[in-house]
Design a binder for this molecule. Structure first.
Ligand code: ZN
Length: 170
């Protein structure tokens, strides 16, 4: 597993109040850790933002800078102090966008693998027609369920079996 990467320290705005803490980037999400009270050194994970659900990361404000990260739940508003556009891109937006991109690629690769595996499973077991009684039998069975023949599989592969039925129907 990739090490957690602390992105920024600052404040998180909720409707009620503003809480201090720090934002951490993991390989699959952003986690906002919030300080418990003013004196306490304890922190707790307060907000989770799934990287695949991030719709946008924008920065704004002229005096009090804010960073907004939007996901399916809505908008998360943070204050990380003054930040130049370059810093914002290099230290905050860039790493998050890159991590989201890597995660998406990983997911795509897994999905492709899954589809391939399903296709392999499908071709491994297919229904064949018993050459004696014409019952449909799964190709991984040892005997035809109807006539009991062990050599129920048609001798020819799909391409030739068409030819076989054509010639036998003469
Ligand atoms: Zn049969």
């Amino acid at each position: 597993m990739k090490h957690n990467e602390q992105v920024a320290t600052g404040k998180y705005d909720t409707v009620k109040d503003t809480n201090s803490g720090f934002l951490v980037l993991t390989s699959d999400r952003l986690i906002w850790f919030e300080r418990q009270g003013i004196v306490s050194r304890q922190v707790r994970a307060a907000v989770y933002i799934d990287l695949l659900e991030i719709g946008g990361i924008v920065k704004g404000g002229s005096l009090a800078h804010w960073v907004s990260i939007a996901d399916s739940q809505g908008e998360h508003l943070f204050h990380f102090g003054r930040m130049s556009d370059e810093d914002f891109t290099a230290k905050l937006r860039g790493p998050i966008v890159q991590a989201a991109y890597r995660l998406r690629q990983k997911h795509d690769a897994q999905r492709i693998e899954q589809v391939k595996a399903e296709e392999r499973a499908k071709t491994a077991v297919q229904m064949v027609t018993c050459k004696y009684c014409e019952a449909k039998v799964a190709s991984d069975k040892e005997r035809c369920w109807r006539c009991g023949a062990s050599d129920f599989k048609p001798l020819n592969e799909a391409g030739d079996s068409k030819h076989l039925t054509e010639s036998s129907s003469q």
